[in-house]
Ligand binder design. Structure first.
Ligand SMILES: C[S@@+](CC[C@H](N)C(=O)[O-])C[C@H]1O[C@@H](n2cnc3c(N)ncnc32)[C@H](O)[C@@H]1O
Length: 234
């Protein structure tokens, strides 16, 4: 029989992805959905209707493996999800802290809570032709809704910290990028947004070298007109 921790985390992953309560079909102007497919949901290759995360079961497994290593090797540091959408991965991070009995790490929940910034091809050539910012009705989830999702799983407390605004502003000024030896708080950051299109402050990765670890989720490849393969292991 699996341990109660394994059973809890496994059930949570299936709930957050709606793998065991199959999602409905979503019909949005730009985000076209297909009938629920377990294979796509495992890989995180579809656009969920109800699920709290779109990353799929496989990427949640990856987050769990990394957390396992962090806990077993005693690596210090808060967890940061930058690009949270409905909050699923961040909720799972808070559950991992609870399941492993971690006493004091924080989970930082960073997002504009209004989708992507408007494309700006003059400043960022990769923005040319990109329409993802128009998906605000689907991608822009207000922070109150994300808080309610945490509450739904009994995981909202003062160890969950919201960082609201576009990364170009928040990740430049936020306390998560500061490292004070006296405080000795480090951060494990998971970036889940289309980086080229909605840039991080240029100094961010450099500053993180001194205060944490950055793990970039491979670029979201769900196309606005249907599905495409996702690259890498997010
Ligand atoms: C792919 S979704 C994140 C999926 C999420 N990790 C999950 O568990 O399903 C991208 C998120 O990044 C946010 N986002 C994208 N670009 C951003 C930016 N430049 N600043 C702040 N938030 C941004 C969007 O609002 C959206 O919530």
């Amino acid at each position: 029989m699996q341990s109660s921790r394994t059973l809890y985390l496994s059930l949570l992953k299936k709930c957050l992805t709606r793998f065991i309560f199959p999602d409905g079909d979503l019909d949005h102007d730009l985000v076209r959905c297909h009938p629920f497919s377990p294979e796509l949901r495992i890989q995180g290759l579809d656009w969920p209707t109800e699920a709290e995360t779109m990353v799929g079961v496989r990427r949640l497994n990856n987050v769990e493996e990394l957390a396992n290593r962090i806990f077993s090797e005693g690596v210090p540091g808060d967890f940061v999800e930058a690009g949270v959408w409905r909050g699923g991965v961040a909720i799972f991070m808070r559950a991992l802290l609870a399941a492993f009995g971690d006493p004091d790490r924080l989970v930082w929940v960073a997002d504009s809570f209004e989708g992507l910034p408007v494309a700006n091809p003059q400043a960022f050539p990769a923005d040319e032709g990109d329409q993802h910012f128009t998906l605000k009705p689907y991608l822009g989830i207000p922070s109150d809704v994300v808080r309610a999702n945490f509450r739904r799983y009994g995981l909202l407390d003062d160890r969950v910290r919201f960082l609201e605004g576009f990364f170009i502003d928040t990740l430049r000024t936020s306390p998560i990028c500061e490292y004070s030896p006296a405080e000795s708080r480090r951060r494990h950051v998971r970036i889940d947004h289309s980086g080229a299109r909605s840039p991080l402050p240029p100094s961010f990765a450099g500053r993180l070298r001194h205060c944490g670890r950055l793990r970039r989720a491979p670029v979201l490849q769900k196309s606005s007109s249907g599905l495409q393969g996702a690259g890498g292991d997010r």
